[in-house]
Structures are given as C-alpha cells and as structure tokens.
Design a protein around this ligand. Structure first.
Ligand code: GLP
Length: 258
C-alpha cells in the first residue's frame, strides 16, 4: 500500500488524475470503477479540466459505480446517478451506454444485484476509485460485512445516515437502504485509489493502513490487495503511527507493508 499525503483538494485531484490518465492512455477501452461522496470531487473536477484542455477522450471508456440508494428515483437530486451526471458525466465525452450504476428503485432488488454482478463479471475494473466512511466502510459495505460479499442490498448504519444527512434537508429523508458492490467485487479491480479527507476519517484511515485486517473496519481488507494507492490530506492521516519515508515537492509518500 502506498500512501500519498497532499495539502488540498486540488492536489488530491492532480495526484488522482495522474493515476486515471495512466490507465486511460494505456487502454482507451479501460474500465473505471467510480465513487460518489465529497472525496472524489477534486478528481472529477481535474478530469473535466484535463478533458477540456488536453482533449483526453472517454468515448470508449466504460464506468461502473460502486453503489446507489434504494427507494429514491434515479432523477432525485441526491441519487448517485444524479451526482455522477452533475460532477462528471455531463462534462466529458463518455458514451451513456458505457455508464453503469445499480438501479435502486426497481421492483426486484435481488434481480438487480444479480444483473449488476454480471456487469462486473463482464467488465473487469482496471482502476477503482474509493472513498472511506468515518466507520471504515468502503462503498456501502458497513462494518461486519463479509470480505466475500458480492453486490447486495444493505441496511445503512445510523452513523452513515448521519454523515450523509448533510446532503438532504433532514435526517428522515436519508434512505435507509442501498445497493452496493460487495467487498469481493471491489477487490477484483486491478488497481485501487482511495481518497480520504478530513479529521473525521482519521481513525478509519489509521485502522485501514496500520490496524488488523478485520470486518470491523471493512477498508482494512485493502491491506490484502497488491496495488492500492491512498491519497489523503494531513487531517485524515493524523492518527497514523508510521512516519513518511519520502518527501517530494512537499508531498509525503508513506510506504506501508501489506
Ligand atoms: C458514502 C459512499 C461511499 C463514500 C463515503 C464517504 O457513504 N457510499 O462510497 O466513500 O460516503 O463519503 P465522503 O467522501 O463524502 O466523505
């Protein structure tokens, strides 16, 4: 696991963009696994600017998102479909046919999970972008989720609902359920870039990097993946026990075991 400490959301965007461009330039038909939440916004902003300036094309890129709320329409202002449209898809040349998100408002969620798992089997993710919940969740895989899980419906933790209430008018409006890629599905990605910002992530980040691999902190499973880059700010890394090993242009690089 490689940990890169950056100073701002812009720097997060730049460092994460480098990883995305390396994949997209190597293979114009690559599969990007995408995430929602505030953490990847700097990256999406950097991708849009780069697309406008340098004409990087996403015409044949396929995208697969991690999760979606259950019980709200895809067109709802806080659905993850709307988030992705507003923060990325509406601003790049991606083909809508190549965009995949779970559908959280259908009649049969079990069938939807099976359909999404097939999408994942047919599109091997080259680079997966992840955030991390303050309770250590990845996607919507809450503490206690099996590391062998595939796409499934989850009951959201009260802490997750409270964290995400800032995007809704009231806590009561935050959905109680979601469809999420499972942990096994996430680990199949060839490379993973996890972005973390802010003090409220510090405990989860410290456990993910230096704690025991345990379902108590789902993100700790990333210690078992061979190609993970964590891009985080100083606050998110403030509880980390290891010291940086390299310092380049003010950017700290931590090399960790696992
Ligand atoms: C949500 C998403 C996760 C995301 C997490 C952190 O619960 N399902 O994929 O990583 O929130 O969000 P943020 O980046 O806004 O802190």
């Amino acid at each position: 696991m490689e940990v890169i400490q950056v100073r701002s959301i812009e720097e997060i965007g730049q460092v994460a963009l480098r990883e995305v461009l390396a994949v997209v330039k190597r293979n114009s038909r690559a599969v990007l696994g995408l995430a929602t939440g505030s953490s990847p916004i700097g990256l999406y902003h950097a991708m849009i600017k780069d697309h406008q300036k340098n004409k990087t094309s996403y015409a044949n890129i396929r995208t697969i998102n991690l999760d979606e709320y259950v019980g709200i329409e895809s067109s709802h202002s806080q659905s993850y479909r709307t988030f992705m449209n507003e923060h990325l898809f509406n601003h790049i040349d991606i083909n809508p046919k190549n965009i995949h998100l779970p559908v959280g408002n259908g009649d049969d969620l079990r069938l939807e999970c099976e359909r999404y798992e097939r999408v994942l089997q047919e599109n091997n993710v080259d680079l997966q972008i992840l955030g991390i919940g303050s309770n250590g969740h990845i996607a919507f895989n809450e503490p206690g989720t099996s590391f062998h899980s595939r796409t499934h419906v989850v009951t959201l933790d009260e802490r997750t609902r409270q964290d995400n209430a800032r995007f809704f008018n009231h806590l009561d409006e935050v959905p109680k359920y979601a469809i999420t890629m499972g942990i096994e599905s996430i680990l199949r990605a060839k490379q993973i870039v996890l972005i973390a910002m802010g003090k409220n992530k510090a405990k989860a980040v410290a456990h993910m990097i230096g704690g025991s691999v345990s379902t108590d902190c789902p993100a700790s499973v990333l210690q078992l993946h061979p190609n993970v880059v964590v891009i985080a700010d100083e606050e998110a890394l403030s509880e980390l026990k290891v010291k940086p090993s390299i310092l380049i242009d003010g950017v700290k690089l931590f090399k960790c075991n696992g």
